[in-house]
Ligand binder design. Structure first.
Ligand code: 13P
Length: 250
């Protein structure tokens, strides 16, 4: 049985005052079947992990380098993130693919590094609007999946986040039928590699304009194991009802 996961991606938002939101989320009663993760910017990781210590809330990061250490000015390694208190790391987000030229091969190396450091790799993928219009969404996402997955993948150390690029920060959403089709397709491809047993345990999140008022419909969609939430994760008052909607799906 896959545990549900509500994950927040704060992106490049949040200074020390935002730690109060971490405190509010950490104080929420733990929902038995739902994991809650917040990924603040790297500058807040250690302090956020301290605020969340001893609660059900876990803290994650937004990117890592593929090497454990070395001459890479400005980069942060997976062991450093783990040392700061992160339990997971978002990899291959479309903003990194677009802004930093990250390829799926880059993502695969980073995911292997995350696994070696004991972190859960949250591997993001998704089609652009043009690719969907051309009828290529399923193929594009499957190709990103195949290339981004390292051999170290197992059911617990990897989460897939389907984030259609055109739905991120736009208020636009795929239909629940399109989400179900994509998630079913990704799970079938996972059954090809790494294999059916692991595929059954890997969580597939939906991400892109998830809000309190649309969360319940998304979470009722087959093969959706939770959400990767951007803007609506910045305030506990917005993220909490999304977590509740996920818990209500049982
Ligand atoms: P929004 O929820 O702000 O659309 O962002 C989604 C996202 O990119 C999460 O990683």
């Amino acid at each position: 049985m896959r545990r549900k996961l509500a994950a927040g991606n704060w992106k490049m938002n949040g200074e020390r005052a935002a730690l109060d939101e971490i405190g509010l989320l950490a104080a929420l009663p733990a929902a038995a079947a739902v994991d809650v993760l917040v990924c603040p910017p790297a500058t807040l990781l250690a302090a956020a992990a301290e605020r969340a210590a001893g609660t059900a809330l876990t803290i994650g990061a937004q990117d890592c380098h593929h090497a454990p250490s070395g001459a890479h000015t400005g980069d942060i390694s997976a062991p450093m993130l783990a040392d700061a208190g992160a339990r997971a790391v978002i990899l291959g987000h479309s903003e990194r693919r677009a802004d930093h030229g990250e390829t799926s091969e880059t993502v695969r190396r980073k995911a292997a590094a995350a696994h070696a450091a004991g972190l859960v790799a949250i591997i993001c993928l998704g089609e652009t609007e043009t690719e969907r219009d051309q009828g290529r969404a399923l193929d594009v996402a499957a190709d990103q999946l195949a290339r981004s997955l390292p051999d170290s993948v197992d059911a617990l150390n990897t989460v897939i986040a389907y984030e259609p690029v055109w739905a991120i920060g736009t208020g636009r959403l795929p239909s629940t039928a399109q989400i179900a089709e994509m998630h079913g397709h990704l799970r079938a491809r996972l059954a090809d590699r790494p294999g059916a047993g692991i595929a059954a345990g890997i969580r597939i999140l939906y991400g892109g304009s998830v809000k309190p008022d649309n969360a319940a419909a998304i979470f009722a969609t087959p093969d959706v194991d939770g959400a990767l939430v951007g803007g609506a994760s910045l305030k506990a008052a917005d993220f909490a009802p999304i977590i509740e909607a996920l818990a209500a799906t049982g």
